[in-house]
Design a protein around this ligand. Structure first.
Ligand code: HEM
Length: 504
């Protein structure tokens, strides 16, 4: 090789190296900028982060433990990267409340794998933001109030499902059983009555398929794990295959819902709206008449809303009920106290309902303690900043994800003293009443402008199902269930079996 040729090879290598470095620098410019901000104290402090990789030292099996450790180390606000996503973890409930009251923190992050899912999840109520989200959140709140939460029918649907559930428990004849599918059916029947009364009857094969698909979909979404933080993995096996499967399942569900919406249309009568879908059609019709255009009230948006409300309401409530069984089996002394309270106030001639709650403070305290100790939505659903915001001495740059660390607050020794101990009595004062200030520390439904829209329904269901089960059965098991949980966005108990012995 001549000297000239050697020089050109060296030049080539230098150019490649410089371009590579420049590419890395530009693709990580956000990372370097935030690191500089951290160094200057402009953004909250936090754990060691590396370009591309993000925070170092996250326990992939128990991420909430890592977040609890960071919260203890760095205080109420700390910053970290998930891949290239800049996030702020917030462990103090009062700070979370102040942030979530602010309109500028109502966005959702649209990073992660969700961008690559079909069926436009980013336009839905859970993951959307901006005008479409606002309009459909408002509509959904009103429609669900009209067709469930606020009306007698909501309580009726729940009573009907409670009765079926009690019968199913009795049919087990004192033999061990896994309650998962029984709770899933009861909870999903209640939501489906409000969303699509006339189309779906419990036991409907399409509906059973929809519930089964939704459960698998949630599990598959969690299995996409690493892709959520490093979405570029989707180009490589086995992740490319997983994403394809996830999309196929999701679209099958969307297809089922779309089919049900079209069937519903055939029997729609605007003078007699029956459920959420009919309420949606009414607005659609009004818009067409008024503006000659349905605006955002399209059939596709309706399908998206249905999928979101169903997913948000089904997995959470049925998971709570399973945890409540675990803790009652592990604490027979608490069961006995709940049963004594229900026996004294209600007896067994009728089922308990939400109106009884004020007269059953111990039972209420137990349901709150279960929310606290299970913290089964450990990071709530993170929000994102819609613009640069100065907040309590820190800069929160546009796009920053805000992670409310429910997992830390519910288990913070400074708040609870003995957080690891299951002790419903902590919420009861010397006169036997609930301690309001402590109850307010348990906000599993989040707060502010994006708080859970299903809270009234979930509260009715949680209290109603739990009290009805203990009114009629004493719970036990051959093998004590574990307090450990699955790894998921919703912490669920590990599979267990239980024995329900009739009391009356
Ligand atoms: C025990 C049961 C439940 C718990 C613990 C729970 C908890 C939550 C939490 C923590 C959020 C995120 C709030 C935020 O971003 O600040 C949320 C959002 C949501 N929940 Fe629930 N939820 C439950 C039941 C339900 C039910 C029964 C429904 C529907 C009928 C429902 C519908 C929704 C929807 C649609 C959202 C998204 C709201 C938005 O982003 O604007 N949830 N829930």
């Amino acid at each position: 090789m001549s000297g000239l040729q050697e020089l050109s090879v060296v030049n080539c290598l230098i150019t490649l190296a410089v371009s590579g470095l420049a590419l890395l620098f530009f693709s990580c410019s956000g990372y370097f900028e935030r690191l500089l901000d951290r160094w200057r104290g402009r953004v909250p402090p936090g754990p060691l982060v590396l370009p591309v990789i993000g925070a170092v030292g996250v326990d992939p099996l128990r991420p909430e433990q890592t977040f609890r450790k960071w919260a203890a180390q760095y205080g109420s606000m700390f910053s970290f990267f998930l891949g290239d996503r800049f996030c702020i973890g917030v462990s103090d409930l009062n700070v979370i409340r102040r942030l979530f009251k602010d309109e500028r923190f109502t966005n959702r992050s649209q990073a992660g794998i969700i961008r690559y899912l079909d069926g436009e999840p980013l336009k839905g109520i859970i993951m959307g933001h901006g005008g479409v989200w606002k309009e459909h959140r408002r509509f959904t709140l009103t429609a669900l109030r009209d067709f469930g939460f606020g009306r007698v029918s909501g309580a009726e649907y729940i009573h009907r499902e409670e009765s079926s559930l009690l019968t199913a428990f009795r049919d087990k004849n004192g033999q061990p059983f896994d309650p998962k599918m029984l709770f899933a059916t009861a909870v999903s029947n209640v939501i489906s009555c409000m969303l699509f009364t006339s189309e779906l009857k419990p036991g409907d094969a399409r509906f059973a398929k929809f519930v089964a698909e939704t459960t698998t979909l949630m599990a598959n979404f969690v299995a996409s794990g690493a892709m959520e933080v490093y979405p570029w993995l989707r180009h490589f096996p086995p992740f490319s295959r997983r994403l394809k499967e996830l999309n196929a399942r999701h679209m099958e569900n969307i297809g089922l819902l779309a089919e049900m919406v079209q069937d519903h249309k055939k029997s729609f009568d605007s003078d007699h709206p029956r459920d959420y879908i009919d309420a949606f059609f009414c607005v659609q019709e009004e818009r067409r008449k008024r503006d000659a255009d349905e605006g955002t009230f399209t059939d596709a948006q309706l399908v998206r809303n249905l999928a979101d409300v169903f997913i948000a309401g089904y997995e959470t409530t049925s998971t709570y009920l399973r945890w409540s069984m675990v803790y009652m089996i592990l604490h027979p002394e608490v069961q006995r106290k709940v049963q004594a309270e229900i026996d004294a106030y209600i007896g067994n001639s009728r089922l308990p309902n939400l109106a009884d709650k004020a007269k059953l403070p111990y039972t209420d305290a137990v349901t709150i303690e279960i929310h606290r100790i299970c913290y089964f939505v450990p990071f709530s659903v993170p929000h994102a900043a819609s613009e640069d915001v100065e907040f309590e001495g820190y800069l929160i740059p546009k796009g920053t994800e805000i992670w409310p660390l429910v997992c830390h607050h519910f288990m913070n020794p400074d708040v609870w003293g003995d957080p690891e101990v299951f002790r419903p009595e902590r919420f009861i004062d010397a006169t036997g009443n609930l301690i309001g200030s402590l109850v307010d520390e348990v906000q599993p439904f989040s707060s502010g402008r994006r708080a859970c829209i299903g809270e009234p329904l979930a509260r009715m269901e949680v209290f109603g199902f739990f009290a009805a089960i203990l009114q009629h059965f004493t719970l036990s098991s051959e093998v004590p269930p574990s307090r450990d949980s699955t790894i998921s966005a919703v912490r669920a108990p590990l599979p267990f079996t239980m024995i329900a012995t009739p009391r009356v």
